[in-house]
Design a protein around this ligand. Structure first.
Ligand SMILES: Cc1cc2nc3c(=O)[nH]c(=O)nc-3n(C[C@H](O)[C@H](O)[C@H](O)COP(=O)(O)OP(=O)(O)OC[C@H]3O[C@@H](n4cnc5c(N)ncnc54)[C@H](O)[C@@H]3O)c2cc1C
Length: 465
C-alpha cells in the first residue's frame, strides 16, 4: 500500500526535508510505494536571510525565492493554506481559495509551518506597522522608502518632509538590524540623485532590551551598536514603542515624533494554525517534539524549525532557537528518521551545537561570531555573503545571486519606486472614467481571495505612487 507523506509548509524545513526524501526514497517514489505531497500558500520557498538585500535592491527579489515545482521533481505541490489538522483521522484540511476547502489524507505528517511576527497590543501598530518576514514585505518596503524620498524631495511642507524621511524599526534581532542597515545604506546611495532633499533621512532602531544581535555575542553586539551609530543611525536601547497612532511615534524614553514608516521585527511566535490541530503544544504554542523530531506521543508525526519545541541536547533543559541553522540541520535528521520509520530502523536524535552567526550591516560592512572567532567590517561582510551563497538552495539560485552581486560591482542599484505595484488597477480605472476607490470585478474577486492587508499597505501605495 502507498505510504502518503504530507509536508505542511514549504519553507526551510519543508523544502529541505522534501529534497532529502526525494533523494533517499527515489526508488520507492518511482515504484509508487511512497507519495510525497507538500502544501504551502506560496509556490516558492523564501530564503529569508536574503530579504534585507532584496529590500535594499542588491538582489532581484525573485532570486531570493526558490520555486518549489522546479526544485522538487517528485513531490506533488498543493498551493493552499492548511487550516486544521485532525491527526486522530490522519487528515489535514486545505483551503485553496475562500470557499474551496478539501481534506488531504496522510500516513506520515511533517509539521513545518514556521513562525509569524510576534506583535504586542501597541495602539496604532496594526494599522501603521509592517513586518519583515516575506518577500512581499521586502518589495513593499523598498518601494515605500524610495517613494517617501521622492515625496520628501517634492513637498513644500516641512512637517511632511520630516515625517516622510523618518523610518523606525522596532526589534534588534537579525531581521531588524539587517533590514535597517541595508535600507539605510540604500537611502544613503539615493542621496546622490536627490541634491534638492532639504534634510537627511532619519533612521531609528528601537530595542526593548539592553543589547542587539544576541546571536553574535555581547561584544560583537556592542560593536554593532557603535557601527550603526557611526553610520548616523539612532540606536535606542532599553526603549519600548508605546504608541504609533496616526504615525505619531511615542517611545518609553519620552520621545515623540512622526514617522511615515514603521517596521516591526520584535520577535516571532509559532504559527497560530497549530492551535487548530490535536497535536500537543507547549506554553509558547510550539509543537512538542522528542529529540528524534517525532511529536510527543505520535510516531507518525514529525515537526521541526520555528514551529517546534525541539530539546537542545547540547544544553540540557533548553530548546533549539528559531533560526535557519537549526531548521536546515533538523530537516536532514527529520528526513532520515522518516526513512528509518518506513524501513523499521532506529530513529536518531537531533543534536547540534549552535555554530554562531553572521550578519550584514550594509555594503562592505558586517559582524560575525562563528565557533568563537569574531569578525567585523569587510571580512565579516564577505563571510556573510560566502556563507549564504553556499547555503541558498539550488544551483540556479546560486548563479543568479552571484550574477546580481557581480552586476552591482559595476552599476549602481536601481532607485525607482514602483509604488503602483500595490494598486495596478488604478490607472486603467481612471482611463475608463471610474471614480477613484471603486473596485472593479477583478479587484473584488481578488480581495475576496486574499487575506486582509494591513492598512499601511494602502497608505504606502498612495505614498509612493
Ligand atoms: C529577515 C530575516 C532574516 C533572517 N536571517 C537569518 C540568518 O541570517 N540566520 C539564521 O539562522 N536565521 C535567519 N532567519 C530565521 C530563519 O529564516 C528561520 O528560522 C527559518 O526560516 C525557519 O524555517 P521554518 O521552515 O521553520 O519556517 P519558514 O522557512 O518560515 O517556512 C514556513 C512555511 O510555512 C508556510 N505556511 C505558512 N502558513 C501555512 C499554512 N497555513 N499552510 C501551509 N503552509 C503554510 C509558509 O509559507 C512558509 O513557506 C531570518 C529570518 C528573517 C525573517
Amino acid at each position: 500500500m502507498t505510504k502518503r507523506i504530507l509536508i505542511v509548509g514549504g519553507g526551510y524545513v519543508g523544502l529541505y526535508t522534501a529534497l532529502r526524501l526525494e533523494r533517499k526514497l527515489r526508488r520507492r517514489l518511482g515504484r509508487g510505494e511512497v507519495e510525497l505531497t507538500i502544501v504551502d500558500p506560496e509556490s516558492y520557498m523564501t530564503y529569508q536571510p536574503f530579504l534585507p538585500e532584496a529590500a535594499a535592491g542588491n538582489l532581484e527579489p525573485r532570486h531570493v525565492t526558490i520555486p518549489l515545482r522546479r526544485a522538487l521533481k517528485h513531490t506533488r505541490l498543493i498551493v493552499g493554506r492548511v487550516t486544521s489538522i485532525d491527526h486522530a483521522q490522519h487528515t489535514a484540511r486545505v483551503e485553496i481559495v475562500e470557499g474551496e476547502d478539501w481534506p488531504v489524507r496522510y500516513d506520515l505528517l511533517v509539521v513545518a509551518l514556521g513562525s509569524v511576527s510576534r506583535t504586542l497590543p501597541v495602539p496604532g501598530l496594526a494599522e501603521n506597522g509592517i513586518g519583515f518576514k516575506t518577500i512581499e514585505e521586502a518589495i513593499h518596503l523598498r518601494n515605500r522608502v524610495l517613494g517617501l524620498l521622492d515625496r520628501a524631495a517634492s513637498t513644500r511642507d516641512p512637517d511632511e518632509c520630516r515625517r516622510s524621511l523618518t523610518y523606525v524599526v522596532v526589534g534588534g534581532g537579525f531581521a531588524g538590524v539587517e533590514a535597517l542597515a541595508e535600507l539605510a545604506d540604500m537611502t544613503e546611495d539615493a542621496l546622490r540623485y536627490l541634491p534638492e532633499l532639504p534634510a537627511k533621512p532619519r533612521w531609528v532602531l528601537v530595542e526593548a532590551t539592553g543589547r542587539i544581535l544576541p546571536e553574535v555575542g555581547e561584544e560583537m553586539g556592542r560593536y554593532t551598536v557603535d557601527e550603526l551609530r557611526r553610520q548616523g543611525i539612532e540606536v535606542l536601547l532599553n526603549t519600548r514603542l508605546e504608541s504609533a497612532e496616526n504615525c505619531r511615534i511615542v517611545l518609553s524614553d519620552g520621545q515623540e515624533f512622526d514617522a511615515a514608516t514603521l517596521v516591526w521585527t520584535a520577535g516571532v511566535k509559532p504559527h497560530p494554525m497549530l492551535r487548530d490541530t490535536d497535536l500537543p503544544l507547549d506554553e509558547k504554542g510550539r509543537v512538542k517534539t522528542e529529540p528524534t523530531l517525532t511529536v510527543e506521543g505520535h510516531r507518525d508525526v514529525f515537526a521541526a524549525g520555528d514551529n517546534a519545541a525541539v530539546p537542545d541536547l547540547t544544553d540540557p533543559g533548553a530548546f533549539c532557537a528559531p533560526n535557519a541553522q537549526h531548521a536546515v540541520r533538523q530537516a536532514k535528521v527529520l528526513a532520515d528518521n522518516i526513512v528509518a520509520t518506513l524501513t523499521g530502523q532506529q530513529l536518531k536524535p537531533y543534536r547540534h551545537a549552535y555554530a554562531g552567526s553572521v550578519a550584514s550591516l550594509g555594503l562592505h560592512r558586517g559582524v560575525a561570531q562563528v565557533y568563537g572567532v569574531k569578525l567585523r567590517g569587510l571580512p565579516a561582510w564577505f563571510m556573510h555573503r560566502t556563507y549564504h551563497l553556499a547555503r541558498v538552495p539550488t544551483f540556479n539560485r546560486k548563479v543568479r545571486v552571484m550574477a546580481d552581486w557581480t552586476l552591482a560591482l559595476f552599476f549602481h542599484r536601481e532607485m525607482v519606486a514602483l509604488g503602483r505595484l500595490q494598486n495596478p488597477y488604478e490607472e486603467f480605472r481612471l482611463a475608463a472614467g471610474r471614480k477613484q476607490g471603486t473596485l472593479t470585478a477583478a479587484e473584488s474577486a481578488q480581495t475576496a481571495k486574499e487575506p486582509a492587508q494591513p492598512s499601511a499597505e494602502a497608505t504606502s501605495a498612495r505614498a509612493s505612487s
